[in-house]
Structures are given as structure tokens and as C-alpha cells.
Design a protein around this ligand. Structure first.
Ligand SMILES: [Zn+2]
Length: 218
């Protein structure tokens, strides 16, 4: 049922984008139902989801919309936390593979990756999958010595699958990028930063374009 509504929303989005472009090109002005480029659309006005993958055309329309939407004012309702505690980090840790259950020991800088980065990625990817299903996947097998015995420098691999059968694998993504992607796919124009302040999502447009491999303006 959700898929039907999302598909309908997607069809409407692409339809409106086409109508706006086509009508403007003929110099007939804006159709009465189209959003002016500088309007502030309602939050969650657009979402894009397809069980077969993300639709590139819809992604481009959403990037264009984000690029041309007047950014919201920064809302500072977050709490600035100025106390930092130096928590001694453990010298080694075990990565437990969710696929085969193998334990792989890590030391030094990999401890933070295993104990903080990987759980944070899992959680962010799960949030994204709640929106787009398996169109976005996380591969952490490089951290498992049984699944990928030849790997010496493990990395997390995020893959974005498009419904034209193409995909994009990224190894330089951070948890912040994933939060930006999640907000974008929800059709948000704001993003809460780690202090709780709402920032314009527009400032992260270059990250989104790089992740999605599409440009707001071709
Ligand atoms: Zn494994």
C-alpha cells in the first residue's frame, strides 16, 4: 500500500517537473498548481522510493528543488555542550560479522571504527532503508577476516542502486553524509546538526550530488 502511494507521489513529481519545464519553454508562464522556484514547500512534500531502486530523474528533480528553494533561517534551539570528558578507549576490540558470526580483532585506530563508526552507519542506513528499502545498502564485509581474508585496509562500502540497473558504490561516506542523504530523501529542506540547531540542507548540496552522482543543474 505504501509503495502504491510512493509510486503515485513519484509519478506526480515527475509529471509536475515535466509540465513546468515544458510550459516555461513555450513561454506560457507557470501552470497554476506549480510551486514557484523560491517558495518554501511543506516539509516532506516529496519523497522518492522504488523497491527496484532510486529513480535518477526524480533525484535530479529533487536536487534542483533543493538548489532553488530559499533556505530556511537557522533555528538555534540546540544546547551547546561545552564539557568534554576524555574517556580512555580500549586498546583492542572484536568485530563480530553479522553475516558469518566470525570474530576479527582490531587494535588502535580501528577500535573507534568498530565501536562507533560501524554501529552509527548501521543505524543511519537502517533509517534510509526505512524510506527507500534496499535501494541503499551497506557492505561491511571488509571488516571480517573470514568473509574477506585478503583485505588489509577495511572500509565501509555504501551502495546506491538506481532503478535503471546502475549503482554507485562509495567508500568515503561519513555518518553526517548519511544523515544529509536521509533528510534529502525525506524531502526535507533543513537538517538538525549535532547541537540540535536546524541548518539549511541546501549547504550540503555538493555532498548529495557527489553521493548520488547527479547534479542539481546539468
Ligand atoms: Zn563474515
Amino acid at each position: 500500500m505504501t509503495t502504491i502511494w510512493l509510486s503515485l507521489g513519484l509519478a506526480l513529481l515527475v509529471g509536475c517537473a515535466w509540465l513546468f519545464t515544458a510550459t516555461s519553454a513555450r513561454g506560457m508562464g507557470r501552470p497554476p498548481h506549480a510551486q514557484p522556484a523560491v517558495a518554501r514547500p511543506a516539509t516532506n512534500a516529496l519523497t522518492v522510493a522504488d523497491i527496484k531502486g532510486l529513480n535518477r530523474e526524480a533525484i535530479r528533480a529533487m536536487l534542483k528543488r533543493l538548489a532553488t528553494t530559499r533556505p530556511p533561517d537557522v533555528i538555534r534551539d540546540g544546547i551547546m555542550i561545552s564539557c568534554y570528558y576524555a574517556v580512555p578507549s580500549p586498546t583492542n576490540t572484536a568485530y563480530i560479522c553479522p553475516i558469518c558470526g566470525e570474530k576479527t580483532l582490531y587494535t588502535k585506530e580501528r577500535v573507534g571504527e568498530v565501536e562507533d563508526t560501524i554501529p552509527s552507519f548501521r543505524s543511519e542506513v537502517k533509517n534510509i532503508q526505512a524510506l527507500v528499502g534496499k535501494a541503499v545498502t551497506l557492505d561491511e564485509t571488509m571488516y571480517c577476516r573470514r568473509c574477506r581474508p585478503q583485505v588489509t585496509q577495511p572500509k565501509l562500502l555504501l551502495t546506491i542502486h538506481f532503478n535503471d540497473g546502475t549503482s554507485r558504490s562509495l567508500s568515503q561516506v561519513t555518518s553526517s553524509h548519511l544523515r544529509e542523504l536521509q533528510a534529502f530523501l525525506k524531502g526535507e529542506i533543513k537538517l538538525k546538526n549535532s547541537f540540535g540547531d536546524a541548518e539549511p540542507l541546501q549547504q550540503y548540496l555538493p555532498h548529495l550530488e557527489t553521493m548520488l552522482g547527479e547534479k542539481a543543474t546539468p
